[in-house]
Design a protein around this ligand. Structure first.
Ligand code: AMP
Length: 438
């Protein structure tokens, strides 16, 4: 199959060729004709599968056939959980639509709202947004959805994990009933399905990765090691294997900063990316990582969510994530669009329970390699595969955070943090846990 048979016009095909894409990925083969056909879509797909082009290309095709956007109106709204992901999708829209007369813009928090308002006032065909900032703009009358044709909810599972459910429901209430809906999610939990039921009609369902399994192009293993030795082991692995571009995950912002300092003292160029960094620092770190001027990007889960770095060869879990699903998201940064990737986790004895949860989720035991000179004093127990099915999570209780929010000029909070209190149980939430100083 090639792109010519998917119903895309020459202007889009030309942009695809200029991107260097030769054949559509499986999700693109399925999604593009369905979306052009006007169908709703529910797609289980991780980043790395080509899902962004899977929805962007047919949306551009459809919108190029209609009337241009009126003042302050958007014709297509793409909602994403994080600023980085919004920026990346915006970049894809610009690239794929460069031979079309369509206007697009990206809005997210953490930067000034006024320039975003200016861009919206003439109307945009495609608006890529994070939920909080979108609501702020709506409350300031900068954007309206009277002529909205298509809604895309990208990384729906992560949006719910980040506590965006109230914002999403509010946004859904602002949209015209008659519209096309596309939902993408790495995993389809019961909560995601519940949200889908309320917004999607008779969808085409696509699954390009089996539920809760990691990408098969990623070779995964763990290094059992003592906690205190992790930084030294990481330095050793980077130098020994001559790793040039590594995305390293830490559990906390503090941990990310500390590790970055350690790497720099070892003359390894590194930068940290997390919610306490300004948007411009995050953008700069990502750009430097992509252009090779820094080798190691140390990130927390939320900051790294959806990062698209072409052919990222190596991911390291410096700490295991508190939430097993995050392991799948993390290692999904490598082995993308058919390339091979490696994911190594440095696991200390304290993390045995987290390791067991991950192995249960991915339904496999991870192979172990002890590195010479780093034999742990505190043994990591042998894992046994727990094959009992994982119980669905309890729905979160609604809280007063569901009440209308005040418009916030600069939206300085990190995305999702305003909902931190919305967890209805006693477990530390993902964000609470990741904010805890290590
Ligand atoms: P995504 O899953 O949308 O984050 O895309 C992952 C990566 O695959 C991006 O770097 C895209 O540029 C790339 N990509 C998307 N579609 C194709 C294709 N058909 N051929 C080659 N690369 C692609």
């Amino acid at each position: 199959m090639n792109f010519n048979s998917l119903g895309l016009s020459p202007a889009i095909l030309q942009a695809i060729t200029e991107q260097g894409y030769e054949t559509p990925t499986p999700i693109q083969e399925k999604a593009i004709p369905a979306v052009i056909d006007g169908r709703d879509l529910m797609a289980a797909a991780q980043t790395g599968t080509g899902k962004t082009a899977g929805f962007t290309l047919p949306i551009l095709e459809k919108l190029s056939q209609g009337h241009r956007a009126n003042a302050n109106q958007a014709r297509c709204l793409i909602l994403t959980p994080t600023r980085e992901l919004a920026a990346q999708i915006g970049e894809s829209v610009t690239n794929y639509g460069k031979h079309l007369p369509l206007k697009s813009t990206v809005v997210f928090g953490g930067v000034k709202i006024n320039p975003q308002m200016m861009k919206l006032c003439k109307g945009v065909d495609i608006l890529v947004a994070t939920p909080g900032r979108l609501l702020d703009l709506y409350h300031q009358n900068a954007v309206r959805f009277k002529t909205l044709e298509v809604l895309v909810l990208d990384e729906a599972d992560r949006m719910l994990d980040m506590g965006f459910i109230h914002d999403i429901r509010k946004i859904l209430g602002l949209l015209p009933k008659q519209r096309q809906n596309l939902m993408f999610s790495a995993t389809f939990s019961d909560e995601v399905r519940k949200l889908a039921r309320g917004m999607i009609n008779n969808p085409v369902e696509i699954s390009v990765t089996p539920r809760n399994t990691a990408s098969t192009t990623v070779k995964q293993w763990i290094c059992p090691v003592d906690k205190k030795q992790k930084s030294v082991l990481l330095t050793h692995l980077i130098k020994e294997n001559k790793w040039d571009q590594v995305l390293v995950f830490t559990k906390t912002k503090h941990g990310a900063n500390k590790l970055t300092r350690h790497l720099e003292l070892e003359n390894i160029k590194a930068a940290a990316i997390h919610g306490n960094k300004s948007q411009s620092a995050r953008t700069k770190a990502l750009a430097n990582f992509k252009n090779g001027s820094i080798k190691i990007l140390v990130a927390t889960d939320i900051a790294a969510r959806g990062l698209d770095i072409d052919q990222l060869p190596q991911v390291v879990n410096f700490d295991l994530p508190n939430v097993a699903e995050d392991y799948i998201h993390r290692i999904g940064r490598t082995g993308r669009a058919g390339c091979n990737g490696h994911a190594v986790s440095l696991v200390c004895a304290d993390e045995f329970k987290l390791l067991s949860d991950i192995e249960r989720l991915i339904k496999q035991l991870l192979s172990r390699k002890i590195v010479d000179g780093f034999e742990p004093v505190h043994d990591l127990p042998e894992s046994k595969l727990n094959q009992r099915p994982i119980k669905p999570k309890k729905p979160k209780k609604p809280t007063k955070l569901g009440q209308p929010r005040q418009a916030n000029q600069n939206n300085k909070q990190s995305e999702g943090s305003r909902h931190r209190k919305s967890k209805g149980n006693n477990w530390p939430s993902r964000r609470q846990a990741s904010n805890k100083k290590s």
